[in-house]
Design a protein around this ligand. Sequence first.
Ligand code: PRP
Length: 184
Amino acid sequence: MDAGDMDGDLAQVLITEEEIASRLDAMAAQIEADYADKDVLLVGVLKGAVYVMADLSRRLHRSVPMDWMAVSSYGSGTKSSGVVRILKDLDADLTGRHVLIVEDIIDSGLTLSWLAGNLSSRGAASVRIATLLRKPEALKVEVDVSYVGFDIPNEFVVGYGLDYAERYRNLSFIGTLRPEVYHH
Ligand code: PRP
């Protein structure tokens, strides 16, 4: 869906489809260079990372394996606790593998900080993170991110995988919603 399909819910386009595509080109080129002599396993975190994974992985000039995890913090009000529960684990054995976690957004950093530690502890040879978006002002823990698409302000954003109440994930750009949308 696009801006015209938003029924007036859109406040602002933050990052256009073209800007996303061009950053993904650059990120893919960097990843190719960094992993030139290594096999890499892409690990996506459901559900938001589906679009980034699809578009980033298709820019790599090699056949690359990918695997998926689903995680959730305990309870809805405790996201800031940093306690993460695995809802769907990886199929792959990580022993000796070079893992690249692919994410849509790093907000507080708690999920990714926990996840990177968890995957490292499984015997991966290396664990790096690629994220399309990062909110520097929202960070609560230091996360070592190797590939960042865009640093964005601490605003609620939707689109390109990011949802509000499971809506707007299939929007082709990143945008903000009008305040009224949250009030019904
Ligand atoms: C988002 C995102 C990360 C996490 C980042 O997922 O995909 O996994 O939040 O937030 P943090 O840095 O504050 O930990 P979300 O929980 O919205 O799930 P979803 O991808 O299924 O929408």
